[in-house]
Design a protein around this ligand. Structure first.
Ligand SMILES: [Zn+2]
Length: 283
C-alpha cells in the first residue's frame, strides 16, 4: 500500500478553513501536496453579501459557491461537503438537519469513509473549544478527532492530527486591528449581542501560548489567504480584507497560523514551524 499523502482540513462552515488555515493550505498545495477541505455544514445561517443582518435560511448554494471560490484561490482541490445544516449560534435554536442534531457516530463514520478514500497524511480541524465556541465548531472538532483516531489505526491511515487554535497573546492584537479596521472604514454600527458574546468566547477559549506547538509563517502566501477570505463575501459585512490599504494590518493579524499538534503527541516544549506528514520542498 502506498504512503498516505497530503492534507485534509475538516471544518464546520465555509470560511472557517480560510480564517484558520488558509495560508497553511495554500503553502502545502504550493509545495506539491494534495490538499482538500471537508466542510461539514452548508453554513446556511450566515449573513448576506454586503449586509449586516443574519439570514437564518440563507440559500446554501451561496456559501458552497464561496467555498469553491476560496479553494481555487488557495490552489487546492474542490471542496467536499457533508451537507448538514448550520446549527447557528447558541440560543438561535438548531434547525432540523443541522449538525447539532445529527448522530455523532454517523458523522464520524462519514468522515472515516472520506479519509479512507482520500488517504491524507495529515488532518487539521478545530481546537476542542472551536476557537470561539460555535456549537458546529465544537462538534466538528470532536467528530473529526474521533475519525482521525479510527483511521490512523488502519494500515495506510493518516499520521498526524492538528487542532487549529489561537494563543492568548494573539487575541488582544486581533481585537486592536479589528477596531482599527472599523475606525478606518468609518463603520460606526455598534457590535451586536452575538458579536460581543463571540469576542468574550474568543478570549475565554484561546489557548495558553505554551500549548501552541506549530506556528506557520504564511506571509509568502498572504495574498492567497486574503483572496480566499474575500470569496466569503456573505460573511464579510461589506468589509474587503483584500483591500491593499489595510494590507499591513492584515499581515499583523493573519501572517501566522497557529496549531496544537495532537498526534503524534509533542514532547514537552516541542515547537515546529510546519505541520509534519507533508512535503515542504517543492519537487
Ligand atoms: Zn464557522
Amino acid at each position: 500500500m502506498t504512503e498516505p499523502r497530503g492534507l485534509l482540513a475538516i471544518f464546520a462552515h465555509p470560511d472557517d478553513e480560510s480564517f484558520g488555515a488558509g495560508g497553511t493550505l495554500a503553502l502545502a498545495a504550493a509545495a506539491g501536496n494534495p490538499v482538500w477541505v471537508l466542510c461539514v455544514t452548508n453554513g446556511d445561517q450566515g449573513g448576506k453579501p454586503g449586509e449586516m443582518e443574519v439570514d437564518h435560511s440563507l440559500d446554501p448554494e451561496i456559501r458552497r459557491e464561496e467555498l469553491r471560490c476560496a479553494c481555487r484561490e488557495m490552489g487546492i482541490a474542490e471542496p467536499i461537503f457533508l451537507g448538514y445544516r448550520d446549527s447557528g449560534m447558541e440560543g438561535w435554536g438548531a434547525p432540523e438537519g443541522s449538525l447539532s442534531l445529527a448522530d455523532p457516530a454517523e458523522v464520524v463514520d462519514r468522515m472515516v469513509a472520506i479519509i479512507r478514500r482520500l488517504r491524507p497524511a495529515t488532518i487539521v480541524t478545530f481546537d476542542p473549544g472551536g476557537v470561539y465556541g460555535h456549537p458546529d465548531h465544537v462538534a466538528c472538532s470532536a467528530t473529526a478527532t474521533a475519525a482521525f483516531r479510527e483511521a490512523t489505526a488502519e494500515p495506510g491511515g493518516p499520521v498526524a492530527l492538528y487542532h487549529q487554535a489561537l494563543p492568548k497573546s494573539r487575541i488582544a492584537a486581533m481585537q486592536a486591528s479589528m477596531a482599527e479596521e472599523r475606525g478606518r472604514s468609518g463603520d460606526s454600527t455598534p457590535p451586536t449581542e452575538d458579536d460581543i458574546r463571540q469576542q468574550q468566547a474568543f478570549e475565554r477559549l484561546a489557548r495558553p501560548d505554551e500549548d501552541i506547538t506549530t506556528i506557520v509563517d504564511i506571509r509568502p502566501v498572504l495574498d492567497r489567504k486574503l483572496a480566499a477570505l474575500a470569496c466569503h463575501d456573505s460573511q464579510m459585512r461589506g468589509r474587503r480584507w483584500d483591500d491593499p490599504e489595510v494590507r499591513a494590518g492584515m499581515e499583523q493579524m493573519f501572517g501566522h497560523e497557529t496549531f496544537v499538534r495532537v498526534y503524534p503527541e509533542p514532547r514537552p516544549g516541542e515547537q515546529e514551524q510546519l505541520p509534519i506528514g507533508l512535503e515542504w520542498q517543492s519537487r
